[in-house]
Ligand binder design. Structure first.
Ligand SMILES: *[C@@H]1O[C@H](CO)[C@@H](O)[C@H](O)[C@H]1NC(C)=O
Ligand SMILES: *[C@@H]1O[C@H](CO)[C@@H](O)[C@H](O)[C@H]1NC(C)=O
Length: 219
């Protein structure tokens, strides 16, 4: 437990707000070629570590020849940043193998992706394109935005009465710090999901803003 608290503190400036966070963490391993899926039943994802490569000979070894398992000191730089960008602040996220393997850190070795993450008790908000809402906290408290993303990552969110052509592209990502810039430290804050605010990451697709935040007393 004390180890866990330390890694949270190193990775997450909001940790002081989340002293009551459920300190359990999950670990997901997927072998080369499979889809990597993280999910939180309650709260939102916070990635602690993510590694792509191989660090032991046993994991994802079934049916593999020994020479593909020998190198156990193989990891790709930048994987953790990528998985954090994709998943932090979401309730569910999927990372494809092709997105991760931007280059091959050990040719001929059969690799896997391992992500350790926890679920933080943040408020999760989904706002369909061209709508507006007010984020607000109880009296005396202020907002800290944990993550925000404008785009489309599934075919069901904000899909009511939309033609297929507008909801087909589910690979549209645009993490944004604009919500944090305009809301952090305020008691309430108006947010609009629109291209005029965030730019248009995928023309022709009907998008939504997904954001997560916590309310806390000012420190
Ligand atoms: C593992 O790889 C790193 C970086 O390539 C290198 O600095 C380190 O010496 C290697 N460790 C072993 C035990 O081979
Ligand atoms: C991730 O979690 C697993 C299982 O709890 C642990 O064995 C592993 O060392 C962790 N990885 C990192 C990089 O902390």
């Amino acid at each position: 437990m004390s180890h866990f608290r330390l890694s949270i503190a190193l990775l997450l400036p909001l940790s002081f707000l989340l002293a009551t966070a459920d300190a359990s963490s999950d670990s997901v391993i997927t072998c080369q070629g499979q889809v990597h899926r993280l999910a939180c039943d309650s709260g939102v994802i916070s990635v602690l570590t993510a590694q792509f490569g191989r660090s032991d000979p046993q994991t994802c070894s079934e049916g593999r020849p020994a020479e593909q398992l020998r190198n156990t000191n193989c990891s790709l730089d930048g994987t953790q940043d990528l998985v954090k960008r994709r998943c932090d602040g979401k309730k569910v996220c999927e990372v494809n193998y092709d997105d991760v393997q931007t280059s091959d850190p050990c040719v001929g070795t059969f690799k896997y992706l391992q992500t350790n993450y926890t679920c933080l008790p943040a408020i999760h908000l989904v706002l369909c394109e061209d709508s507006q809402t007010l984020l607000h906290c109880a009296e005396g408290q202020v907002i800290s935005v944990y993550g925000a993303d404008y785009g489309r990552r599934d075919g069901t969110t904000c899909s009511h009465k939309r033609p297929d052509s507008q909801i087909q592209n589910v690979d549209c990502w645009a993490p944004t710090s604009k919500v944090a810039q305009s809301c952090n430290g305020k008691n309430s804050c108006s947010v609009r999901a629109a291209n005029s605010e965030f730019g248009d990451p995928c023309y022709g697709t009907y998008k939504y803003l997904e954001a997560s935040y916590v309310c806390h007393y000012p420190v």
